[in-house]
Design a protein around this ligand. Structure first.
Ligand SMILES: Nc1ncnc2c1ncn2[C@@H]1O[C@H](COP(=O)(O)OP(=O)(O)OP(=O)(O)O)[C@@H](O)[C@H]1O
Ligand SMILES: [Mg+2]
Length: 254
């Protein structure tokens, strides 16, 4: 995919990127099933079947929402949902992908949250943000673990995606979100990728008014943190805080 095609139709380019990754992941899980990695009985393979189902649903949702931009909020796509349940599903989907790289994916939740775990936002696009970050955590980790966490941070909700992987050099942190940027190191170039995942993740975060932070140490690992601010009874987009689509954006005086 070229820079020009992203400029011409960023939505389509990003959509193809994310749908391709859904299919790639499904193939990985099917390979594991065919190889009998988890056993042969229905009970043994059930977690993989559920992972395929979650993945399929996510792929179908992406296609159904095809006209929705990832870089702005479409009010018809905004719903209220439970982030605890949502991330659990994402972890079920990505567990076998991590396993295929001999990594363990841990889903960790807090024992309590000040305002519960209800979030308001575009669930399809939020799943694109999280899946691209999880994908990277698995792809750029040779050994160790990947953590997906839902934590409380004061009034707000905090999602962390942490890995024990190759890390990102301090001088590269400001460029990693640029479309098509990839580090030159062999550990990165040996992996397939277009350099679009973080760009998509950041645009979704911006559209929702979420802060995204990166902490990384080369050779030790990387942590992406996303803060969902508490707003009028929910986290994320509070009532009446939706920025309309771009042509009308000036009317949005929040
Ligand atoms: N968790 C991570 N650990 C180490 N490096 C990372 C991590 N996440 C991103 N990077 C670096 O940032 C670059 C950009 O990431 P991004 O997700 O945008 O693209 P990609 O993973 O290379 O390809 P794509 O996501 O399009 O398949 C990566 O190529 C890599 O150099
Ligand atoms: Mg990526």
């Amino acid at each position: 995919m070229q820079t020009e095609s992203l400029a011409r139709d960023p939505n389509l380019s990003a959509l193809l990127h994310d749908i391709h990754n859904v299919f790639k992941g499904t193939s990985i899980i099917l390979d594991q099933l065919i190889d009998g990695l988890y056993g042969g009985s229905l009970d043994e393979i059930r977690p993989l079947l559920i992972a395929i189902l979650e993945r399929n649903n996510r792929g179908a949702n992406l296609i159904e929402a095809k006209s929705t931009a990832f870089y702005e909020i479409n009010s018809s796509m905004v719903t209220q949902f439970d982030m605890l349940v949502f991330l659990k599903k994402m972890s079920i989907e990505f567990c076998p992908i991590a396993q295929s790289q001999s990594l363990k994916l841990h889903y960790e939740a807090s024992s309590s949250y000040k305002h519960g775990t209800q979030v308001r936002g575009d669930m399809v696009n939020i799943s694109r943000m999280i899946s691209n970050l999880l994908q990277n955590a698995i792809k750029y980790t040779n050994r160790g673990e990947v953590f997906l966490r839902l934590l409380a941070q004061g009034d707000d909700l905090l999602i962390e995606i942490e890995d024990t992987g190759i890390g990102i050099a301090a001088e590269q942190i400001s460029t990693i979100f640029l479309p098509f940027w990839r580090a030159r190191e062999n550990e990165v170039r040996n992996q397939s990728g277009m350099g679009l995942g973080l760009y998509i993740a950041l645009m979704v975060a911006h559209a929702h008014g979420l802060k995204m932070k990166v902490n990384s140490i080369v050779g030790q690992g990387t942590k992406f943190s996303i803060v969902f601010p508490y707003n009028n009874g929910v986290y994320g987009l509070g009532d009446g805080k939706i920025c309309p689509k771009i042509p009308e954006a000036r009317r949005c005086a929040i």
